[in-house]
Design a protein around this ligand. Structure first.
Ligand SMILES: C[S@@+](CC[C@H](N)C(=O)[O-])C[C@H]1O[C@@H](n2cnc3c(N)ncnc32)[C@H](O)[C@@H]1O
Length: 226
């Protein structure tokens, strides 16, 4: 079920998405425990053009990383840009195919596209080392009045469909895979930049509601027997 690009809007949708995500990446990086990254082996699940891993390395150098994504052309761009970074990019959604285990897995803006969360978390648990951590950004949009509007945009231009999972469903699926779970609030600043709210929301209030319900989920794989 691979495809060329994920965001199929305009002539260079994935690049435009990358540009619009850079601030969110910085925010995620500020919330990671550096001990989970520095000198560690990292997997970025749904890395698109791979920019997040390069920005991460510049701030918290890790030992090595893989970035995987179903978007073949985005992965080709990632490989063109990899330079000397200790990163391998692969066009796949199957983390097990890498035949490697990781200290930390990160996904930014990907979980809301995953239909089968049980299978996804099971796969992540299988590639994580004991007591490894999965950081995944997620906002529960199920109660957002702009849900239909947002879903229409994503499903029109995105190569994969938007799902409608609640935060409770996501957490329950992680608990079922024997993770311990913490929720780190993503946006705690007292200033909201609402310039581009209309891209996915019908009102400023809906946009703020979305930011206020955005979490970086920190799921730690429990040691066997704990
Ligand atoms: C909204 S984009 C986010 C990209 C990037 N993580 C970021 O923060 O800019 C979602 C990405 O997840 C990828 N994706 C969605 N489902 C996937 C799956 N099952 N396996 C691998 N990649 C997937 C898409 O191809 C797309 O590149």
């Amino acid at each position: 079920m691979a495809y060329d690009n994920w965001w199929q809007k305009g002539i260079n949708g994935d690049q435009e998405m990358e540009d619009s995500h850079k601030e969110a990446w910085e925010n995620v990086i500020s919330l990671l425990n550096p001990n989970d990254v520095e000198n560690k082996q990292i997997l970025d699940f749904g890395c698109n053009q791979g920019g997040f891993l390069r920005v991460l390395y510049d701030q918290l150098p890790y030992q090595s990383a893989y970035g995987i994504d179903l978007a073949k052309k985005a992965i080709a761009v990632a490989n063109e840009r990899v330079g000397d970074y200790p990163i391998t990019y692969r066009a796949t959604g199957d983390a097990l195919a890498l035949e490697q285990s990781f200290d930390t897995v990160i996904s930014t803006s990907v979980l809301y596209l995953i239909e089968d969360l049980a299978a996804h978390f099971q796969m992540i648990a299988q590639v994580l080392k004991e007591e490894g951590t999965y950081y995944a950004s997620f906002a529960d949009q199920s109660q957002n009045p702009s849900f239909d509007y947002m879903e229409a945009q994503i499903n029109q231009y995105g190569a994969t469909k938007m799902q409608n999972k609640t935060l409770t469903e996501v957490v329950n699926q992680l608990l079922a895979q024997d993770f311990s779970v913490e929720l780190i609030k993503e946006y705690t600043d007292s200033i909201y930049d609402v310039t581009n709210y209309q891209e996915f929301y019908r009102s400023v209030d809906d946009y703020i509601l979305s930011l206020d319900s955005s979490y970086l989920i920190k799921a730690k794989k429990r040691r066997k027997g704990k």
